[in-house]
Design a protein around this ligand. Structure first.
Ligand SMILES: Cc1cc2nc3c(=O)[nH]c(=O)nc-3n(C[C@H](O)[C@H](O)[C@H](O)COP(=O)(O)O)c2cc1C
Length: 211
C-alpha cells in the first residue's frame, strides 16, 4: 500500500479533509499529516475539532474526527514547524501529497518555493522529486495573483483541484457534495475508492424526446 502526505491549510473545507483522510486510511494507505496554524483554526470553526498543536495529544482526536472505524493504514502527525521530519526530505519515499483545503497563502508560497513550514517544504519536495501533488484550493472570487500562482504550480507539475462540486449527480445531502470533491481528490492521487462515482450520462428520458 502507498504512503501519502496530507496537508491541511487554513482555507474553508474541513469536511473534505476529513473524508479524504478517512478514505486514505480505510483503503489501507499510510498517511503522514501536517496542519498549519490557520488549518487548526479552520478545523475548529468548521468541524469543532480542537487541536492544541501537541502532535501526540492531537493524533487520537484526529483519528476520532475521521470516523473511519477500523483503519488498516497507519497515521502519523507532524508539527508544522518540524522541518526535520522525514517528509521534509526527498530521500523519504512517498507516493504523493494532497493539500486539502489549500489556502491562497499556502498555494502562493508553494508556487514560489517559499517553504516557511513543513507543509510547504513537503510540497516543494514533491515538486522537485516529480511526485504527484494535488492542491485543493478554495477561494472566491480569484484575483490575478491567485490565477498566476495556480498557473505557476501547474507548470511545475502540481494539479490544482478547486473545491467546486458539480450538481449533475443530483446531490440531495451535504455529504453528496463533499463526496463529489473528495472522490475527485482521491482519484487524482491514484487511489481506488468506492466514493469516486464516475459519470455515466443522464437517463436518456431526461433529455431525449420522441419528436
Ligand atoms: C474560518 C476561516 C476560513 C477561511 N477560509 C479561507 C479560504 O477559503 N481560502 C483562503 O485562501 N483563506 C481562507 N482563510 C484565511 C486563511 O486562513 C489565512 O490567509 C491564513 O493566513 C492562511 O494560512 P496558511 O496558508 O498558513 O494555512 C480562512 C480563515 C478562517 C479563520
Amino acid at each position: 500500500m502507498g504512503v501519502y502526505v496530507l496537508g491541511i491549510a487554513g482555507a474553508s473545507g474541513a469536511p473534505y479533509a476529513r473524508r479524504v483522510l478517512e478514505q486514505m486510511l480505510v483503503t489501507g494507505h499510510d498517511v503522514k499529516a501536517v496542519i498549519t496554524d490557520a488549518g487548526r483554526k479552520v478545523l475548529d470553526v468548521e468541524d469543532d475539532l480542537k487541536l492544541s498543536g501537541d502532535t501526540k495529544a492531537d493524533t487520537p482526536l484526529i483519528l476520532e474526527w475521521a470516523r473511519a472505524g477500523e483503519f488498516s493504514g497507519n497515521f502519523e502527525l507532524y508539527h508544522h514547524k518540524d522541518v526535520a521530519s522525514p517528509i521534509a526530505s526527498g530521500s523519504f519515499p512517498v507516493d504523493g501529497m494532497v493539500v486539502v483545503p489549500c489556502s491562497g497563502g499556502t498555494l502562493g508560497r508553494i508556487a514560489h518555493g517559499i517553504s516557511n513550514g513543513l507543509l510547504e517544504r513537503a510540497a516543494d519536495v514533491c515538486l522537485k522529486e516529480r511526485r504527484r501533488l494535488v492542491l485543493v484550493s478554495r477561494e472566491m472570487p480569484l484575483s490575478l495573483i491567485h490565477l498566476r500562482n495556480m498557473t505557476a504550480v501547474t507548470e511545475a507539475g502540481a494539479i490544482v483541484l478547486p473545491a467546486s462540486p458539480g450538481f449533475y449527480h443530483r446531490p440531495t445531502r451535504i455529504n453528496d457534495l463533499i463526496d463529489m470533491v473528495a472522490g475527485r481528490i482521491i482519484a487524482s492521487l491514484g487511489i481506488e475508492s468506492s466514493i469516486m462515482k464516475p459519470w455515466l450520462g443522464p437517463e436518456p428520458s431526461s433529455y431525449l424526446t420522441n419528436e
